[in-house]
Design a protein around this ligand. Sequence first.
Ligand code: SF4
Ligand code: SF4
Length: 279
Amino acid sequence: MITRACISINNRCNLNCTYCHFHTPEKAKHLVDDNMDVYMILDNIKHHIDKYDIQVFKLGFVGNGEPLLDYDALRNYVMYISDYLADGSISAYTITNGTLVSKEMLSFFKSHKVNVGFSIDGIPDIHDRYRCGTHNEVMNAIKLYHSIHGEYPSMNCTVGRDTLDRADQTIAFFEPFRSRITFSRMIGSDGITLDEFHVFLEKAMQKLNVRTGGYDCTMYGGMCGAGINNIFYANNKIYLCGNCVDLPAIADASFPLDGINPNLPLFDRKKCYKETRQI
Ligand code: SF4
Ligand code: SF4
């Protein structure tokens, strides 16, 4: 039963982070700007929730780009599901690179209970090296969030070789915020191994509230949840996850959620399904 989905509302970004695996030449040819009908997808999700009386459907407006580049459209999508957000049957979130955030946006998301997470790779030295020198901008956006919410937002940090070399400093950076941190494993040419990532996570968990565990994604320290209850919309298609847009789509975006059955072969869920396909 599908109870979680992410929608890539655009395939474009205003940054060009060094490690971004969405915009590598190999991935880029799989990302088309296809004017996906997000309202039709939201209708399908609402119908699915109603039909199966799903208590909480987790919906991410996240994908292969910066969602706030298309804030007006995103705002309309949020309004379109506002009843479901209000009664809690949809728990929605988005993740931003923090460069386009305004007070109006954050207040709007707060009033509709949409969680906004920020991508920040810890200390400025490391963040700026990989994320286009934007540490200051993201910190200002995070402070703005704090001024509206009275607490700090959830944050996402990509863990690469530099992070491992400066693990204590990275963990110390996040400690004062007391918010939930999602660490994700850097993949690609500068990537680190799963074992290295888990050693870092163990250390981070001693001091921080770290998202991990369950059938989710090995990139975040959990097990691979591909094909279980989670789907990813982009290019007018449905994929197993955001990292799998270069594998064949599992259905067209219009496909009803209860008809989706990726039927994956058995595999070791401690490993990434995508990577097991590439061995
Ligand atoms: S902000 Fe995200 S989507 Fe944009 S280039 Fe950086 S990693 Fe890629
Ligand atoms: S296939 Fe890989 S990237 Fe996709 S959910 Fe599984 S572990 Fe994560």
